[in-house]
Write a protein that binds this ligand. Structure first.
Ligand code: 5GP
Length: 346
């Protein structure tokens, strides 16, 4: 047993220190990014925010709505082949959509068939497992990279620098970072395993950037300010589940009680998800996600505007003309309290 004494930070442990700025308006800030991916060699230009590949967030409808704002979507894994092929065939060239898969033989075979059917329309793939530290995961990533050299691969999830490096060397263009911070995740409670998300981002970004790779901060953002902190800490992309849940585009099950409409939202390893997709929780595993009922929030457009407005504003506070400059201009200050909640939490 060993104890690491160095302090690790979460979003709520810090604020971003304001800096002198020549910017006069939020509208002067460019929050899109341009990248050339290390392995695929492909160009990317867009707003580097990705809807999570969860049942009610990574939907076709979400991908279309976010595409209008040049945000990306990682589709959930439970569409069938015909639906996926039809969707990718009609996808506009400018939208960034990740095909998602796990690491089973069936996942790989299904991907091959859909890819064969639609060709270059699938340019981005997200391979994710709850625990990106296994040999089986690394072997799968390696195999996929060899078979598809020109696909942009996002892979995870991990939380430490040495593993971020390993995934990049094994073929990932983007390393997905986060174990346990998610809004409907119970991994930390069920297993005691995890890593404070801001420190995970800072450490993984540093490691990945050293090798010309990128990272996606996945999970734990509860407000636009958290996205600003993730980008400030070095995240190239940020993935959102809960912040995009409950909207019309989620196509989630709506439950009406006492005249109030609420939408089901659940973790992908929750009992709800396993009941739906795997015929129940297998007896050797515990569920590591939970289910919540959210107020229905209408079209996602307004939420996107709010998030982008918050990130733009963060840039103006530190004098970053572009999102690209935000991390260079970020100094975090550790705080004991950040919000005045006298009138509640919203
Ligand atoms: P959020 O933005 O809601 O805080 O976090 C979204 C992320 O939580 C997802 O992208 C995924 O990495 C993670 N996640 C989703 N469902 C589950 C689950 O059931 N268990 C765990 N441990 N993580 C989950």
């Amino acid at each position: 047993m060993r104890i690491e004494e160095e302090l690790k930070l979460d979003f709520q442990d810090v604020l971003i220190r304001p800096k002198r700025s020549t910017l006069t308006s939020r509208s002067d800030v460019d929050i899109s990014r341009e990248f050339v991916f290390r392995h695929s060699g492909r160009d990317y230009r867009g707003v580097p925010i990705i809807a999570a590949n969860m049942d009610t967030v990574g939907t076709f409808e979400m991908a279309r709505a976010l595409g209008h704002h040049r945000l990306a979507t990682a589709l959930h894994k439970h569409y069938d082949e015909a639906e996926l092929a039809a969707f990718f065939r009609t996808l506009s060239q400018t939208a960034t959509v990740f095909y998602s898969m796990g690491i089973t033989r069936e996942d790989y075979d299904k991907f091959r068939r859909v890819k064969d059917a639609v060709g270059d329309a699938i340019a981005h793939v997200c391979v994710d497992v709850a625990n990106g530290y296994t040999k089986a995961f690394i072997d799968f990533l390696h195999k996929l990279r060899v078979a598809y050299p020109h696909i942009t691969l996002m892979a995870g999830n991990v939380v430490t620098g040495e593993m971020a490096e390993e995934l990049i060397l094994d073929g990932a263009d983007i390393v997905k970072v986060g174990i346990g911070p998610g809004s409907v995740c119970t991994t930390r409670k069920m297993t005691g395993v995890g890593y404070p998300q801001l420190s995970a981002i800072i450490e993984c970004a540093d490691a990945a950037h050293g090798l010309g790779g990128l990272i996606c901060a996945d999970g734990g953002c509860t407000s636009a300010g958290d996205l600003a902190k993730a980008f400030g800490g070095g995240a190239d992309f940020v993935m959102l589940g809960g912040m995009l849940a409950g909207h019309d585009e989620c196509m989630g099950e709506v439950i009406e009680r006492n005249g109030e409409r609420r939408m089901r939202f659940y973790g992908m390893s929750s009992r709800a998800a396993m009941d739906k997709h795997a015929g129940g929780v297998a007896n050797y595993r515990a569920s590591e996600g939970k289910e919540v009922l959210l107020d229905c929030r209408g079209p996602v457009d307004a939420t996107v505007q709010e998030i982008l407005g918050g990130v733009r504003s963060a840039c103006t506070y530190v004098g970053a003309h572009r999102l690209r400059e935000l991390s260079k201009r970020t100094t975090f200050i550790r705080v004991a309290r950040q919000l005045n909640e006298v009138f509640g939490q919203s």
